[in-house]
Design a protein around this ligand. Structure first.
Ligand SMILES: Cc1cc2nc3c(=O)[nH]c(=O)nc-3n(C[C@H](O)[C@H](O)[C@H](O)COP(=O)(O)OP(=O)(O)OC[C@H]3O[C@@H](n4cnc5c(N)ncnc54)[C@H](O)[C@@H]3O)c2cc1C
Length: 465
C-alpha cells in the first residue's frame, strides 16, 4: 500500500488525509500543535467547496452543522445597501448557498473521518527530501520552534493529548537523532500554512508572503446572530462583516488599512479599538461589539502570496492550501481552495491500495512516487487567479479618500443593477467549479437549529481526541 505523509492538520491537511484514505492510501498526518483547536472562530464554506466535500462524503455533515447565509450583501457604513442577494438566488445559480459554521465544527467533522492514530500531534516536521520522500519529524517539545511561525489560522491549540509519532505507520520509519523520527513516503502533502517552511525549502527564490495592507479582527458574539441576515459593510479603508452561525451566535470580522504589527495583544484593548473604529457604524454593529466577549476577539495582520509559485509540487511533495496560495479573505475562499486542492490531489494520486499503489511501493528505495504535474496543472492557474481577484477586492476596500469612496460605492451599486441584481454572477467561475471524476449527490437543506450548533456528536468527537 502506498503511504502519504501530510504535514499540518489544518482544514487543508485534514481534508487531504480523508480524501487519500478514501483512495486506499495509508496516511499519517503530522501536526506540530499539541491539540486540534483551530484559531479563527467562524468561516463560510461556499458551493465549490461543498461540492468537493460531497465527493469524500462530508458535504452533508457540514451542511447540517451550519447556518445558511440567507440574505447577503454589501452595505455602506451608514447601513444603506449597495448590493444584495437572497439565499434562493445563490442556490439557484450555484446549487448551494454559502454555509457558515465554527472552525472547530468543521475541523471536528473532517477529523472524525480519520481512524485513531492517523493524526500525530506534537509532531513537528523539520525536513523533507522531495526526491526520496524522506520526512524528518521531531516529537514533543515546544511546537514549531525551528520551522517558523504559523499563519493567521494555524491550529496552535493550547490543550493536551499529543500522541507519539514514531510508531512506524507505513513507509520506512526509524529513529534518527534523539526525539526525531524519519519516515519515507510515496507522497508528501505540505499543508503547513502560510509560513510553510517546506515551501521555503522547495522554492527558495520565491519571495514568500507579503503584507496585504490590512489587519483583520475576528470575534464571536454568543446570542448576537440574526438568522438569515449576512452583510459586509464598507467604509473609508475599513470593512465590518457579520455572519449568523447556527445556534444564534454571530461571527463578526473586520479589517482596517493600517501598517502591520500594531496588535495591542489583549482582547479588551482589541475590542476597545474596534469600538473606536466601528462604534459609529450602522446597527447592529455597535451592539455586537459591546456584547463581544473580549477573550473571543482575535487580531491578525493579513498576508498573502502575491507572487504565484512556479509550481504546486516538486518531486514527491505537493503543496496545498495556504502553503501554496495564501490569499486575502475578501472572497472567503482560502479554506475553500484548500478543500478543492485536497480532492484534486487525491484524484491525481489515484488508488493507494491497487496495483498502481503497490508499484509505488511503500516508501522503500526505488519506489516511483506519484506524478504530480497534473496536480499543478489543475490547481496553479485557478488559485493564482483567485489570489489576484481577492487582492484586487482588498485594494478596493482600502480606499480612504471620501470622494473616492463615494465614487466606489456608486460604481458598485451601478454594476449590481446592470447585472440585473445578480450579486454572485462575478463569482460564477469560482463557485461553479466541479471536482474531477466526481459523483456529486444533491445537497440537503441545512439546519439552523441550536441543536445542530451544539451537536453532541461534534462535542463528543472533540472530547475524544
Ligand atoms: C480574517 C480571515 C477570514 C477568513 N475567512 C474565510 C472564509 O470565510 N472562508 C474560507 O474558505 N477561508 C477563509 N479564510 C482563509 C482560511 O482561514 C485559510 O485559507 C485556511 O484556514 C488555510 O488552511 P490550511 O490548512 O491551508 O492552513 P492552516 O490552517 O494554517 O494549517 C496549517 C497547519 O500546519 C501546522 N504546521 C505548520 N508547520 C508545521 C510543521 N513543520 N510540522 C507539523 N505541522 C505544522 C500548523 O500548526 C497548522 O495546524 C479566512 C482567513 C482570514 C485571515
Amino acid at each position: 500500500m502506498a503511504h502519504a505523509v501530510v504535514v499540518g492538520a489544518g482544514i487543508g491537511g485534514l481534508t487531504a488525509a480523508v480524501a487519500l484514505r478514501r483512495r486506499g492510501w495509508e496516511v499519517t498526518v503530522f501536526e506540530r500543535a499539541p491539540s486540534l483547536e483551530p484559531v479563527g472562530s467562524g468561516l463560510g464554506i461556499a458551493a465549490n467547496a461543498l461540492r468537493a466535500l460531497d465527493t469524500i462524503g462530508i458535504g452533508d455533515d457540514i451542511r447540517r452543522l451550519s447556518a445558511v447565509q440567507g440574505e447577503a450583501g454589501v452595505r455602506r457604513a451608514d447601513g444603506r445597501w449597495l448590493m444584495r442577494t437572497t439565499e434562493e438566488a445563490t442556490s439557484a445559480r450555484h446549487g448551494d448557498s454559502v454555509v457558515l459554521l465554527r472552525r472547530t465544527d468543521l475541523v471536528d467533522a473532517i477529523a472524525a473521518r480519520l481512524e485513531p492514530g492517523v493524526i500525530r500531534l506534537d509532531s513537528t516536521v523539520t525536513a523533507v527530501d522531495p526526491y526520496t520522500g524522506r520526512v524528518t519529524v521531531r516529537t514533543g517539545g515546544p511546537s514549531g520552534a525551528d520551522t517558523g511561525a504559523g499563519g493567521a489560522d494555524t491550529g496552535a491549540g493550547a490543550g493536551s493529548g499529543g500522541a507519539g509519532a514514531d510508531t512506524g505507520a507505513g513507509g520506512a520509519a526509524h529513529d534518527g537523532a534523539a526525539g526525531t523520527t524519519e519516515v519515507v513516503a510515496d507522497l508528501v502533502v505540505a499543508a503547513d500554512g502560510i509560513r510553510s517552511p517546506i515551501r521555503t525549502a522547495l522554492f527558495p527564490d520565491h519571495p514568500g508572503p507579503s503584507y496585504a495592507g490590512v489587519t483583520s479582527w475576528r470575534l464571536l458574539v454568543p446570542g448576537g446572530g440574526r438568522p438569515g441576515r449576512t452583510f459586509e459593510s464598507w467604509g473609508e479603508g475599513r470593512v465590518f462583516g457579520v455572519m449568523p452561525l447556527a445556534g444564534g451566535t454571530a461571527y463578526c470580522y473586520a479589517t482596517d488599512t493600517v501598517p502591520a504589527g500594531g496588535d495591542p495583544g489583549d482582547g479588551e484593548s482589541r475590542r476597545a479599538e474596534l469600538l473606536r473604529l466601528f462604534g459609529g457604524w450602522h446597527d447592529p454593529i455597535p451592539a455586537l461589539l459591546e456584547a463581544a466577549p473580549p477573550e473571543l476577539v482575535l487580531r491578525n495582520d493579513v498576508h498573502h502570496l502575491a507572487t504565484p509559485l512556479p509550481a504546486m509540487h516538486l518531486g514527491r511533495v505537493a503543496l496545498l492550501g495556504d502553503a501554496a496560495h495564501a490569499m486575502t479573505p475578501n472572497m472567503g475562499q482560502g479554506a475553500c481552495q484548500a478543500i478543492e486542492d485536497a480532492v484534486v490531489l487525491a484524484h491525481v494520486a489515484g488508488d493507494g491500495d491497487g496495483p498502481a499503489g503497490a508499484a509505488r511501493g511503500t516508501g522503500t528505495a526505488g519506489a516511483t512516487g506519484v506524478d504530480l504535474a497534473p496536480y499543478t496543472a489543475a490547481r496553479l492557474e485557478r488559485t493564482s487567479r483567485i489570489i489576484a481577484r481577492s487582492a484586487s477586492i482588498c485594494r478596493t476596500t482600502r480606499i480612504r479618500n471620501p470622494l473616492a469612496v463615494r465614487l466606489r460605492d456608486t460604481m458598485m451599486g451601478l454594476a449590481w443593477r446592470l447585472a440585473g441584481g445578480r450579486m454572485t454572477a462575478a463569482m460564477d467561475e469560482v463557485l461553479g467549479w466541479r471536482p474531477p471524476g466526481s459523483r456529486v449527490r444533491p445537497p440537503v437543506t441545512p439546519r439552523t437549529s441550536p441543536a445542530a450548533a451544539a451537536s453532541p456528536a461534534a462535542a463528543g468527537r472533540r472530547g475524544a481526541r
